[in-house]
Design a protein around this ligand. Structure first.
Ligand code: FES
Length: 154
């Protein structure tokens, strides 16, 4: 176990660090609305803005965990609202497979969340971040993948 992870595990003030990968047109605007409305949510979210949830390569999520985030959330436009027509449908299919991959790697399901958030849902955005932060606090810091538990096919 690296020193950084050991420190993280022993830190009594530890708060989960969350990576949010947000579609520019809906979810990022929802996050912006939450901010401009001064809605309270944990400040431990780091946002990466993408043009569409369909742009999210599952490797972005894995890279987030590799870089030390305790959780990753991917947010996109509601079905029918994608500015590129089908991007969020493609994202949904990829994410379904990604969830299985994460599970097979032993990454707790609480650490990943995929959701639709529109530009008018600032309150919903703030609630989602708070809920995810609370869930991750319960499972604790992400300490990496235990390779002994990963099936040989990987
Ligand atoms: S533009 Fe938002 S999910 Fe496609």
């Amino acid at each position: 176990m690296s020193e950084e992870i050991t420190e993280k595990k022993n830190d009594s003030n530890w708060k989960p660090l969350i990576l949010g990968i947000l579609c520019n047109w809906c979810s990022y605007a929802g996050a912006d609305l939450a901010g401009s409305s001064r809605l309270k949510h944990p400040a431990n979210l780091r946002i990466v803005r993408v043009p569409c949830s369909g742009r999210v390569n599952p490797l972005f999520v894995l890279k987030g965990f590799q870089k030390g985030f305790d959780g990753v959330m991917v947010l996109g436009c509601h079905p029918g609202d994608c500015h590129y027509a089908k991007g969020n449908y493609y994202a949904r299919r990829r994410i379904m497979l990604l969830k299985e991959l994460l599970q097979s790697m032993g990454i707790e399901p609480e650490r990943f969340h995929f959701e639709w958030v529109s530009a008018s849902e600032g309150v919903r955005f703030a609630e989602l971040v708070s809920e995810m932060s609370e869930k991750i606090e319960k499972v604790g810091p992400f300490t990496g993948v235990d390779c002994s538990k990963v099936p040989a096919a990987f």
